[in-house]
Design a protein. Structure first.
Length: 235
């Protein structure tokens, strides 16, 4: 399938129509942003790494019974995906305190949580993706109670599958963000990407950060960290 009409440009990806109205091409860019796009830059070859990592992880999740938008990787930067209407919540799952949770509750990074913490953040950069709860989601009609139950069930399943997978690659899955969408107006499926842009990954032995925090916090060796995650995941 080939790219037809360009339809959307996000911070890290572009979307194009194809000859099939239910199928899009998702193109991964090297652009990187942080802090609601107030910090901007590029990470060399990030698009290629995130395309390959997302392919690998979506394939694994499909095998575990989680439906995703992934159909097929086409080349270095493009994958075929099912066209969905994104639910405007960033679904965040945390196993270890870091980032936003450390800041919100003035906690040290690295505290191991007694159970995974699932959060909804309303997807709106201008408002800094505010934390909202189940009632906000249902009362504002962002998702129905039934849809919310499905999203919760899939998110915990994704966490269990990915914790185990990354552990086998000597990586700790600290936290991650998922996005879901409705395919053909109804079926809730996992969409977007799963990559070091959307997951915090620490080396199991040294606790070195191997994710976008290297860019957010100017830690250096950003491209190398992405390449290292790809190398381990593909090994
Ligand atoms: P946070 O601690 O900044 O809330 O981030 C939690 C996880 O979500 C982390 O793995 C990075 C990811 N994330 C995104 O994918 N997009 C975002 O816009 C933000 C803020 C975080
Ligand atoms: N990608 C997000 C942004 O640019 C934030 C982040 O991942 O830190 O706002």
């Amino acid at each position: 399938m080939e790219k037809r009409k360009f339809i959307y440009e996000g911070k890290a990806k572009r979307l194009y129509e194809t000859d099939d109205q239910d199928i899009l091409i998702q193109e991964f860019k090297d652009d990187a942003t942080a802090f609601d796009a107030t910090k901007r830059g590029t990470i060399g070859n990030k698009g290629i790494v995130n395309n390959k990592l997302s392919e690998k992880i979506f394939t694994l999740l499909e095998k575990k019974g989680i439906p995703t938008h992934f159909i097929k990787r086409l080349n270095d930067r493009d994958m075929l995906v099912k066209r969905v209407k994104i639910v405007p919540i960033e679904v965040t799952m945390r196993n270890i305190v870091a980032g936003g949770m450390a800041k919100l509750l003035a906690l040290d990074e690295g505290i191991i949580l007694k159970k995974p913490v699932l959060e909804w953040h309303y997807k709106e950069d201008k408002l800094h993706d505010p934390l909202i709860n189940d009632d906000h989601v249902m009362a504002l009609g962002i998702a129905t109670p039934k849809e919310l139950e499905i999203i919760k069930k899939y998110s915990y399943k994704v966490n269990e599958a990915l914790k185990k997978f990354f552990d086998s690659k000597n990586l700790i899955l600290v936290d991650f963000k998922l996005e879901f969408g409705r395919y053909k107006g109804k079926t809730m499926i996992l969409a977007d990407e799963i990559s070091p842009d959307t997951c915090r990954l620490w080396d199991k032995t040294t606790k070195e950060k191997l994710d976008k925090d290297r860019f957010r916090r100017d830690l250096g060796n950003v491209e190398e960290a992405y390449q290292e995650v790809l190398r381990r995941v593909m090994a």
